[in-house]
Design a protein around this ligand. Structure first.
Ligand code: DGY
Length: 311
């Protein structure tokens, strides 16, 4: 008999087909309401497949007494309570590495789009306004000082890319790494020495709103913020205020605190570039992520070590 799974996130059709071949899959929306699983034989559900930004709540997990594995289709695991999973004997996997290039590529793309006015330039041409006048001059990216908060796999890939633009790299985070880049003890100090501050750390209670008013003031009127990590790392109220007042020059954001809801205030700020959490959203990478989700599930149900186990 195929093991029964609940699927909470969208998957590519080929991943979906492979999942259905090997498992008895029920597609559901994540909910804290135990009634969400009421129509199912909850006691038969052995696995949940979910997205990094969705995770699974403890209430949902509690409604599944036979749960053995939560397979995250994403690198972030901030929406899964790992200690609680461990205590219940539930294993958790994610999909690191395969999405690193995409997220790092997008980071550089966002920085260029913001500094060079690519999005506003596109709107200018489409609106037929070019004959009426030129756009204001933009800001050069090459040679700028880039500060990376969180020099993990993704942060390091971002650093390598900006190096090829002749940028200097500094970083901050939990601890110094064995790298040639300058380590700053605090994110305020990092921001003070950066033209482009990139947020690439994982979300946790320690990093909640780590980019606050003090960090934005240190970044200063010539500085820009790029966030490809999680919205919870940035105090959005302070950011909106800083963007309005000119305390910083601009922000490029792929992630938001309450996504997919985005504060209206961002929509009227011309010094922003906003994207809908597309860091890993390419066909190639989503396929690789799906393959890794399947590999983790298959290994678990075959009694083998999972390729990318978290607990
Ligand atoms: C991830 O992999 O964590 C992405 O941000 C999608 O949630």
């Amino acid at each position: 008999m195929k093991p029964s799974l609940i699927q909470l996130c969208h998957l590519l059709p080929e991943t979906q087909a492979a999942l259905h071949e090997r498992y008895d899959v029920t597609r559901l929306e994540l909910s804290d309401d135990p009634a969400a699983v009421a129509g199912l034989d909850a006691g038969s559900i052995r696995g949940v497949v979910t997205g990094g930004h969705l995770g699974i709540t403890n209430a949902f997990a509690d409604a599944l007494p036979a749960l053995e594995i939560v397979a995250i289709n994403g690198v972030g695991f901030d929406k899964v309570d790992l200690p609680a999973a461990k205590a219940r004997g539930v294993r958790v996997s994610n999909t690191p590495d395969v999405l690193t290039d995409d997220v790092a590529d997008l980071t550089v793309g966002l920085a260029i789009a913001l500094l060079r006015g690519i999005v506003s330039g596109d709107a200018h041409v489409r609106a037929g306004q070019w004959p009426a006048g030129e756009r204001p001059l933009a800001t050069k990216l090459s040679g700028k000082r880039v500060g990376i908060y969180g020099l993990g796999r993704i942060g390091s890939a971002i650093a390598r890319r900006f190096q090829s633009f002749g940028c200097s790299i500094a970083y901050s985070g939990r601890r110094p790494h064995d790298v040639d880049f300058q380590f700053q003890e605090s994110i305020v100090a990092l921001a003070g020495d950066s033209d482009i501050l990139v947020v690439a750390a994982s979300a946790s209670p320690d990093t909640h709103n780590i980019v606050d008013r003090a960090v934005l003031e240190a970044l200063g009127p010539g500085g820009v913020l790029v966030n490809i990590a999680r919205g919870s790392l940035v105090d959005e109220t302070a950011l909106i205020e800083a963007l309005r007042s000119g305390a910083i020059a601009g922000a490029a954001l792929d992630v938001f605190a309450d996504e997919p809801r985005v504060p209206d205030a961002f929509f009227t700020l011309p010094n922003t570039v906003l994207t809908p959490h597309i860091g890993s959203a390419t066909k190639e990478t989503r396929k690789a992520m799906g393959d890794l989700v399947l590999a983790n599930l298959d290994a678990h149900f075959a009694g083998q070590p999972m390729p990318t186990a978290l607990v």
